[in-house]
Design a protein around this ligand. Structure first.
Ligand code: MOS
Length: 734
């Protein structure tokens, strides 16, 4: 049954009230303090010196001019920096963004790697001196791209292969087949808040302020790298100015800053330049996808083969492995997938909003569109008729799956019944009009979480957990959750986040915070309610009972672990390790779904591309706050427009160097690129996925958008762009 928009809005108790952000005022007035906003008395400032070769060795430094700059305190290079333990790399189970620290030897793995740190009394002096550091190198020719000669292909067998049935044999039997290669470019985070760190010692105790999605993990990583106990390190990150995965793992300059602070006996701050953020941080690596699929005469999907190649650094194997999720989307008969790592002379990639899904769903949803066209089936109908309520690989049922409802809701709003399938058949003056659709999804992931909730006699409540609000609205929904449960106004709830002095929260990555922390916080609130109910029957809410009981204060501490995990996961969580479960598991299969419909208009002569309409419908279980949820989904869709039409980090292969490492030349969507945009929330009740009934929406909105736009571009022009981003020159007649 099709939904109407009215019915979708706030009409169910599973959709939380739209509530303004409780930290909104702090943010717009500048009162919210980000990691580098804490004024540390007597602090020194620092600046990085970055390698200007793409591969090779440092052969020496000439520091005379730099050291002569007034105010310079110390210049660290590999010749004088202390030797430290290598980070525990995320890919090997740790929390480090990569497996090596800077200034440990003369090796240069990539262009822009840290080769020196200048510490000075002022930022101006540090920057002036850094510019005067002369580095000599023995340079080698880098192999910096996926297909470069000298890049090494690794097949981490067993880790990435998914196969059921016999996809090859099924391909030869299929009535209609499609085979193509799709590629996606390198992309970089451009969060408003730059990377950086500030460190201060008090005797043997260290405090670090650094933008973080995971203070406990950072604490553990620093403990390892600096060789001091975790209990002596405090990591603070109360506000994060955009994260999107870029601040999820400990960067390798943080212990350098902490070490400098210890040695120099003063606080040290480092704020990376925008340009440095492109190389000291992580990024979304370029990917290539060889896809084959087939369908029978009735348009039912048969085999699906997908081999991904992903670029990574020389030392580290970082893979996003998106076929783990693409193979769950439709009812294929046989699967064969694998993912290869291509080691090149670049930094280690890392998380970036929907790390696997953004590139892999461009490939999947483009290929599905191409195959649907070949079978002569409407692209919406094709997806609907190949829907499945069970994980097609394992047969495990989805906890809930409302993909078809999403197509119905968005399709009706969009007016898909007026779709004219023939290429180039919809025009308006000099504009070619194209319509396209694609599926969005994101696995529901969860991690252990802990939280402390208090209620005092004056009707005020407090919730404490070292989770993070990376701009998503976490402060607000935590307050709403406590307010609802305890019967106090949202304004009476104080939320404390982002500090290792608080109980460990989940890493704010993988869209797991709401599902995990709300499951935990509600448990703490329920226990408060139970205790008060046992004491008095006066009043109907816990806050009223609190008043009746005459108690001054009540507190509960809760630990929550996802069903599939146990004591080991909780221990690891306390220990600063990541224990995420979700998506397709042995005994459950949990994903949020969405459908995105877009219209493109392309000028017949200039091939300028516009997206006048983008409408998505999303079903993600319980929605805590309709307003912040919609912001997440709309923000994701805008990100999707960027991944389709704008974002690409350009690289000069001769030097392995990024060419547009700044906000002027790295294109992201601006207001003029975003016109009509709508996110419809499709009600969905999932009692199985977790106690909160929440699926997570931080990443969902940006998945599939690039394919929807590419599919619309094909419909308008007949040009199939399989290599993102879609730029006007790719649409010019050959
Ligand atoms: Mo998100 S890329 O998992 O922070």
């Amino acid at each position: 049954m099709p939904y109407t928009v009215q019915e979708n809005r706030g009409q169910t108790d599973r959709i939380g009230k739209p509530h303004d952000r409780i930290d909104g005022r702090l943010k717009v007035t500048g009162d919210a303090r980000y990691s580098l906003d804490f004024a540390l008395p007597n602090a020194l400032h620092s600046e990085l010196v970055l390698a200007t070769i793409g591969r090779g060795r440092v052969t020496g430094f000439d520091l005379a001019e730099a050291e002569a700059v007034p105010g310079v305190r110390r210049i660290y290079t590999h010749e004088n920096a202390p030797q430290r333990q290598s980070p525990r790399f995320f890919g090997a189970g740790g929390t480090g963004a990569r497996s090596w620290l800077p200034l440990q030897d003369d090796r240069v793995y990539y262009h822009g790697e840290i080769v020196a740190l200048v510490v000075a009394d002022t930022l101006v002096a540090a920057r002036e001196a850094a510019a005067k550091v002369k580095v000599s190198y023995a340079a080698e020719a880098p192999a910096a791209t996926l297909d470069a000669e000298g890049a090494e292909v690794e097949d981490p067998e067993g880790m990435t292969a998914i196969a059921t049935g016999d996809a090859q044999a099924a391909m030869s039997r299929a009535a209609t087949t499609h085979e193509a290669e799709y590629t996606t470019p390198a992309q970089h985070h451009n969060a408003m808040e730059l990377y950086g760190a500030a460190a201060q010692w008090n005797g043997e105790n260290l405090t670090v302020w650094t933008p973080s999605q995971f203070v406990y993990g950072f604490q553990k990583g620093l403990s390892h790298e600096l060789g001091i106990e975790r209990s002596r390190i405090r990591v603070i990150s109360p506000f994060v100015g955009g994260a999107f995965g870029g601040k999820g793992m400990l960067m390798n300059f943080v212990s350098l800053v902490a070490g400098a602070s210890r040695e120099l006996g003063r606080p040290v701050q480092l704020m990376c330049s925008r340009e440095a953020c492109y190389t000291v941080g992580s990024f979304r690596a370029e990917t290539a996808h060889a896809v084959r699929m087939g369908a029978d005469e009735q348009g039912h999907l048969g085999p699906y083969e997908h081999t991904g190649r992903e670029l990574t650094s020389r030392p580290d194997t970082y893979l996003v492995r998106g076929t783990e999720n693409t193979v769950r989307m439709y009812d294929f008969s046989d699967y064969g997938s694998n993912v290869l790592a291509v080691h090149a002379d670049r930094q280690t990639p890392g998380f970036m909003r929907a790390p696997p899904e953004v590139p892999y769903f461009f490939a999947l949803e483009s290929a599905i569109d191409e195959l649907a066209r070949k079978t002569g089936t409407d692209p919406v109908q094709f997806r609907v008729q190949n829907d499945t309520q069970k994980d097609p690989v394992t047969g495990t049922p989805f906890t809930s799956r409302s993909l078809v409802e999403c197509y119905e809701a968005a399709g009706e709003r969009f007016g898909w019944d007026r779709y004219s399938p023939e290429v180039g058949s919809m025009t308006d003056g000099d504009e070619l009009i194209g319509w396209g659709v694609a599926t969005a999804t994101y696995p529901t992931q969860m991690s252990p979480a802990t939280a402390r909730v208090t209620l005092s006699g004056d009707g005020r409540a407090r919730v404490m957990t070292a989770a993070h609000d990376v701009g998503t609205g976490v402060y607000t929904i935590f307050a709403q959750s406590v307010a609802d449960k305890l019967g106090v106004p949202v304004s009476a709830v104080t939320v404390e986040l982002g500090d290792t002095e608080l109980p460990p929260g989940p890493i704010s990555g993988g869209s797991i915070t709401t599902a995990s922390s709300i499951s935990c916080i509600e448990q703490a609130c329920d226990r408060i309610a139970e205790r008060l109910a046992a004491e008095t029957s006066e009043g109907s809410t816990p806050a009223e009972r609190m008043k009746a009981s005459g108690r001054p204060f009540i507190e509960e501490y809760a630990e929550w672990t996802p069903l599939q995990t146990g004591a080991e996961a909780l221990r690891a969580h306390y220990d600063g390790d990541v224990r995420i479960v979700g998506g397709a598991q042995k005994d459950f299969c949990a994903f949020a779904f969405g459908a995105e419909f877009c219209e493109v208009r392309i000028n017949k002569y200039t091939r300028e591309i516009r997206v006048p309409r983008l409408i998505g419908a999303f079903a993600a279980g319980r929605i805590m706050n309709e307003k912040t949820a919609r912001s997440q989904l709309l923000g994701g869709m805008i990100w999707g427009i960027g991944s389709a039409l704008h974002e690409e980090t350009e690289l000069d292969p001769r030097y392995g160097a990024y060419m547009n490492d700044n906000l002027a030349e790295y294109l992201v969507p601006v207001n003029a690129d975003v016109q009509e945009l709508e996110a419809i929330i499709v009600p969905e009740v999932d009692k199985q996925v977790n106690p909160a009934g929440v699926k997570g929406i931080g990443e969902l909105g940006c998945v599939g958008t690039s394919a929807a736009i590419a599919n619309a571009v094909y419909h308008a022009t007949g040009v199939r762009v399989r290599d993102l981003p879609i730029r006007m020159e790719k649409l010019l007649p050959a």
